[in-house]
Design a protein around this ligand. Sequence first.
Ligand code: MD3
Ligand code: FE
Length: 205
Amino acid sequence: TTVDIAPGVTLLPQRLPAEAQQALLADIRRIADEAPLYTPTMPRTGKEWTVRMTNCGPLGWVSDRDGYRYETTHPVTGRPWPQIPETLLALWDEVTAYPAPPECCLVNYYADKARMGLHRDEDEEARDAPVLSVSLGDTATFRLGGLERCDRTKSFRLHSGDVLLLGGDNRLAYHGIDRILPGTSTLLRDGGRLNLTLRRVNPAG
Ligand code: MD3
Ligand code: FE
């Protein structure tokens, strides 16, 4: 089943069965062994994010004192990012109609108290490409607004195994994660939530 939550925003509840979630989690653990989760800092202030991050793919999204950008290497290890797992590349092909593969898979880890403030994903040149999000672990309350920061917002829950496709009219909509609901999933041994966002950065062709 699919749920249209706004124009261009489609929720695929429980798109990944339990076994697929386990397999994907194993892929992410392998990625985090090679490219450890680290605590990014905010532009200008240097304040720490509550979310820990890593990436896979040719490009990784990073945030530090100098701003937001895509980089080919991990900011701590200096090594190239690991490859995007085949299962995620296949999911992108199944769910998006985009004629080129994603270049970045941003991995966000939320411990119990982590959150992500309202923002837009606007660092990608390929604005025609959707963003594909996969949730694993504890349930999160997700907030979706409009194209202007002051637009009214709506809240939704994202559960483990849910896939969210963000494109079309709302590709540049404001969104954020208000809170994690601890203890709502047993997938992650130590609790918390992983979110994977697949992004195309450079226009296809
Ligand atoms: C709605 N991550 O990494 S994913 C992010 O759950 C980010 O970790 C959140 O926002 C998370 O930038 C939310 C869902 C998401 C991603 C991109 C969007 C929602 C979006 C782009 C436009 C509108
Ligand atoms: Fe975002």
